[in-house]
Design a protein around this ligand. Structure first.
Ligand code: HEC
Length: 135
């Protein structure tokens, strides 16, 4: 018996969302890759500053590049992400920041080590701590 007949025989019909289901998964996947693509864009060329530009490295730069959209250029927080600097409970520790960067909640994307290595997270933490002591 051919599979088609078998399906008819048991009275089963194909899942009705079948045709659109995968399209939806594909679209969601493409959107998500698009979001990541913005951040994971090839870095080698981007890390070379144009003449007269500040160096594309250091905590302030990494924060501006990866975190400022949601946490503000000086970690002051936005409507999306909470403040990372100037917190009443003192500066966030490197460990706290590293943990949250690798295991985010809610809207925050995760930053794998290939994109944001530990030492860059430390530079961000040091920069945020320096903002805390001299606001
Ligand atoms: C797309 C927006 C977005 C980006 C980009 C983003 N975050 Fe977040 N972040 C959030 C949101 C929303 C929260 C609150 C939920 C949570 O605790 O994960 C958060 C929370 C945090 C927390 C926990 C703060 C607390 O009060 O406990 C830390 C630390 C943090 N982010 C660090 C970073 C760092 C460092 C970067 C850049 C490498 C970054 N975030 C990039 C949205 C973002």
């Amino acid at each position: 018996m051919r599979p088609q007949r078998a399906a008819q025989a048991t009275g089963r019909r194909g899942p009705r969302w079948g045709r659109y289901g995968w399209a939806a998964v594909g679209t969601a996947g493409a959107l998500w890759l698009g979001v990541l693509g913005v951040q994971a864009a090839p870095s080698s060329q981007q890390d070379v500053p144009r003449p007269g530009e500040p160096p594309r490295t250091g905590g302030a730069y990494w924060l501006g590049r990866y975190c400022a959209g949601c946490h503000g250029a000086r970690g002051e927080g936005t409507i999306i992400g909470p403040a990372l600097a100037g917190r009443p409970d003192g500066p966030l520790s490197y460990e706290t920041i590293l943990y949250r960067v690798r295991q985010p909640l809610l809207l925050m994307p995760d930053f794998p080590p290939e994109l944001l290595p530990d030492e860059r997270v430390r530079e961000i933490a040091d920069y945020l701590a320096s903002l805390q002591s001299s606001p």
